[in-house]
Design a protein around this ligand. Structure first.
Ligand SMILES: NC(=O)c1ccc[n+]([C@@H]2O[C@H](COP(=O)([O-])OP(=O)(O)OC[C@H]3O[C@@H](n4cnc5c(N)ncnc54)[C@H](O)[C@@H]3O)[C@@H](O)[C@H]2O)c1
Length: 426
């Protein structure tokens, strides 16, 4: 078996992706636009000691789907190569877990999954764990209803902190569906235990987003306004739960969370007491949709999602933020854009999900410059950076979304949802 090199001999993390970004989320002084972030351009992963991962959730985010480019296991395979050993797959749906494992075991990545054990919950996994099988990372892509809280059954972070203290944790957004103060309490506990956590706000890892940060910082700009627009294509969204606020909390907390997060990334803290919002509800003439792919009558009227939410708020800096989210388009592609304004500057981030482009206007010039980077993969960058930090120590590569920071985004999304609900005319 190949001997794992010491940390000093290990290939430097700058080989990878956003590894050349600064270690602090607030600065991009080391942003390298030429860093390679696409998987097919990486050096093949070297053999070495096993890297054990326990995956929580056998669903779309961890194993892929037709809906989008997410698929954490695929990125882990390309980051770690033959070293990857998925020792546990934790999912109450044994059938779903078996299905994804079969697909993997029928493929060239069989060595990573041939010994994977399926568990119905983390408690069963921890109870059966031998010390030598302690994972190097836990990858959480279970529904947010089962985490980020204090009560039993929804306190995944607490169970892991007790059973597997100090094991680094990757957690998907949103961090919870429970009360915001409980999510802050979980963040506090994580901070106390100094556990390395990365939250899946992958858009922060986009090169165009890092370029925007760099422009703002290098020019010492005060952001004046941020305008986020997220128009989703609903025709193929066939999960009934997505249309049910009691299940997935609605499109602001579940989906527009990415743009609320980017707004905070560029604008700083939002003053939650300033949030105002209006919505278009299902029962209003403007809210009638003709191609909903599920039987919405199965969702209780009070839990049906808004078709449009328009919100405004102040940032602590004095800047203003606004968000328009709409469930309005048909077909497949969303229309998304986030504009940042500062004295003499306009930074327009267009289509960050599919073909990210930055349109950029400088002082003293009427023209918009265009910045785009080929083959950028923010999902790979967030996976790669997290593994680099586990292997080479915190700070080896920047982790751009901490747990506490992600809770602040969660709080903003709830403030928007609540403000819009207060303004509904029944
Ligand atoms: N960052 C992104 O772009 C992105 C994209 C998709 C999903 N997500 C997030 O990933 C998370 C999961 O979404 P998904 O689309 O994979 O959902 P999914 O429904 O496809 O899969 C969830 C899986 O978790 C399992 N599960 C249910 N309860 C569980 C529990 N207590 N413990 C372990 N597993 C449990 C389910 O059986 C299912 O297999 C959500 O928080 C979602 O918002 C993020």
């Amino acid at each position: 078996m190949a001997v794992r090199p010491s940390v000093a001999l290990r290939a430097p993390p700058k080989r990878f992706a956003a590894a050349r970004y600064s270690t602090k989320p607030e600065t991009t002084a080391e942003f390298d636009p030429n860093a390679i972030t696409s998987m097919d351009k990486q050096q093949p992963p070297a053999p070495g000691e096993d890297f054990r991962v326990a995956i929580v959730g056998a669903g779309n985010i961890n194993f892929g789907s037709d809906e989008g480019p997410w698929n954490h296991s695929f990125r882990l395979e390309h980051k770690l190569g033959p070293r990857l050993k998925v020792t546990a797959l934790i999912d109450p749906s044994e059938q779903r877990a078996k299905q994804v494992l079969k697909t993997k075991c029928d493929s060239f990545v069989v060595s990573a999954y041939k010994d994977t054990v399926i568990y119905p919950n983390v408690e069963a996994y921890i109870a059966s764990l031998k010390p030598e099988e302690r994972p190097h990372a836990i990858w959480v892509g279970s529904p947010p209803a089962f985490r980020g809280r204090l009560e039993h059954g929804r306190d995944l972070e607490e169970v892991l902190a007790k059973g597997l203290p100090g094991v680094p944790l990757f957690v998907e957004k949103p961090v919870s569906t429970g009360p915001v103060d409980q999510a802050f309490a979980v963040a506090h506990k994580i901070e106390q235990t100094k556990t390395l956590v990365s939250v899946g706000y992958m858009l922060r890892y986009l090169k165009v987003v890092q370029k925007m940060k760099q422009i703002l910082e290098e020019n010492n700009l005060n952001v004046m306004a941020i305008n986020a627009r997220y128009i989703m294509a609903y025709e193929h969204t066939a999960k009934l739960d997505w249309w049910d606020k009691s299940q997935t909390l609605g499109p602001i907390v579940e989906q527009a969370t990415h743009f609320c997060d980017l707004s905070r990334y560029f604008g700083g803290e939002a003053d939650l007491s300033s949030v105002m919002a209006h919505s278009v509800e299902y029962f209003e003439p403007a809210g009638k949709l003709s191609k909903i792919p599920v039987d919405e009558s199965r969702v209780a009227p009070e839990n049906r999602i808004p078709r449009v939410t328009c919100a405004t708020w102040k940032f602590d800096s004095g800047a203003v933020g606004s968000l328009t989210h709409a469930v309005a388009l048909q077909g497949h592609n969303y229309s998304t854009e986030l504009d940042v304004y500062a004295d003499g500057h306009m930074l327009r981030l267009v289509d960050p999900y599919n073909a990210p482009i930055l349109y950029f206007r400088r002082p003293g010039d009427d023209h918009e410059e265009i910045v785009r980077y080929q083959n950028d993969d923010p999902f790979f960058s967030e996976v790669s950076n997290f593994i680099d930090c586990i292997e080479n120590g915190p700070g080896a590569s920047p982790i751009l979304s901490s747990y506490e920071d992600a809770v602040k985004t969660y709080a903003l999304t709830w403030a928007i949802r609540e403000a819009s609900e207060r303004s509904i005319k029944k």
